[in-house]
Design a protein around this ligand. Structure first.
Ligand code: NDP
Ligand code: MG
Length: 334
């Protein structure tokens, strides 16, 4: 079944005219959503801790950042745009007791609502409005008169009014200019985790690493392996992005296309597909969420160790050297 998609005409910004929107966190999403809403005529306040660049940024954009509990108190719609792994604790310590009946508790990713780390009190509806793009794009597209497609979902028992306010909010950030897809908090959370684990972050990184190591172990030069297995991925992804699988296959050579059809299925095997199902089941039954929440509670030891190990891989060292030869790359270092 095709998704329901809402556009500008389906949303009424005037529903927000007497509401105060509290944006908690002035990071990637926070800075974009707060400014877009303000430019759309909404009353926006920002909750942001002092002492860091994001506080100064909010001030330089003309906001007067408040402590999170104070912003929560003053807001009618309260959007938690803090990193997902700190939301549970900050909610319990600085947000929950300052919510009042009729407030709407919002987020841009459903992880904490879905897995019970953020539980709205009685009389407070929950609402997700999630741009399908990073904050800087949410801001720059809005400024150009466009908007990044977004998702909308309401929590269990939320009223129709909450959904209409959600559509108005989505309009305020420019989302309805691109289209707002109706989903559920469960679907948004589960598909987001699945995509990043299986394809976008986990799948692609492991594929690139394994292929690079195969070539290097076979005696090929690491520079050649880097270009073939990592660098050129961008060209392929750009073609996917512009015209899907068919356009990529149309654009590459016939030899590459034949290699795709005949060898690809030997890389993603029945065993890989079975593992994908297992990973999905771990997301659905909360096993992944529990693991990640406990890992954070322990100070993230495994997470930090793996991060350190992978930063010193040969592919990273070779890549750094080669990128410095390509002046057109806006190369980054962490
Ligand atoms: P960022 O990491 O960019 O911003 C986090 C903000 O939270 C900063 O203002 C930061 O302030 C503040 N913060 C961090 N830690 C704490 C803390 N312990 N106490 C108080 N404030 C803190 O987050 P994102 O914008 O990336 O993510 C926000 C939400 O949006 C998440 O739910 C995410 O899943 C979702 N989302 C993100 C997208 C993206 O592209 N980034 C896309 C769609 C959804 P300080 O500078 O002081 O650390
Ligand atoms: Mg995502």
């Amino acid at each position: 079944m095709a998704a329901t998609i809402y556009y500008d005409n389906d949303a009424d910004l005037s529903l927000l005219k007497d509401k105060t929107i509290a944006i908690l966190g002035y990071g990637s999403q926070g800075h974009a959503q707060a400014q877009n809403l303000r430019d759309s005529g909404c009353k926006v306040i920002v909750g942001q801790r002092p002492g860091g660049d994001n506080y100064d940024l909010a001030v330089s954009h003309g906001f007067e950042p408040l402590p999170i509990d104070e912003a929560t108190k003053r807001g009618d719609l309260i959007n938690i745009l803090l990193p997902d792994e700190v939301q549970g604790d900050i909610f319990k310590n600085h947000i929950r007791e300052h919510l009042s009946e009729g407030n709407i508790l919002m987020c841009s990713h459903g992880f904490n609502l879905h897995f019970g780390q953020v539980e709205a009190p009685q009389g407070v509806d929950t609402l997700l409005v999630a741009p399908k793009g990073p904050g800087h794009l949410v801001r720059s597209e809005y400024e150009k008169g466009g908007g990044v497609p977004s998702l909308i979902a309401v929590g269990d028992g939320a009223s129709e009014e909450t959904k209409q306010l959600g559509l108005a909010y989505a309009k305020g950030i420019g989302g309805t200019r691109g289209g707002v897809i109706e989903t559920t908090i469960a679907e948004e959370t589960e598909t987001d985790l699945f995509g990043e684990q299986v394809v976008l972050c986990g799948g692609v990184s492991e594929l690139v690493k394994a292929a690079f190591e195969t070539l290097v172990d076979a005696g090929y030069q690491p520079e050649m392996a880097y270009f073939e297995c990592l660098h050129e991925l961008k060209l392929i992804v750009d073609l996917f992005y512009q015209g899907g699988l068919s356009y990529m296959r149309y654009s590459v050579s016939n030899t590459a296309e034949y290699g795709d059809y005949s060898r690809g299925p030997r890389i993603i095997t029945d065993q890989t597909r079975a593992e994908m199902k297992k990973i999905l089941a771990e997301i659905q039954n909360g096993e992944f969420a529990r693991e990640w929440i406990l890992e954070n509670r322990a100070g993230a030891p495994a997470f930090k160790a793996i991060r350190r190990r992978d930063r010193s891989l040969e592919i990273e060292e070779v890549g750094r050297r080669l990128r410095s030869l390509m002046s057109w790359i806006d190369s980054k270092e962490v």
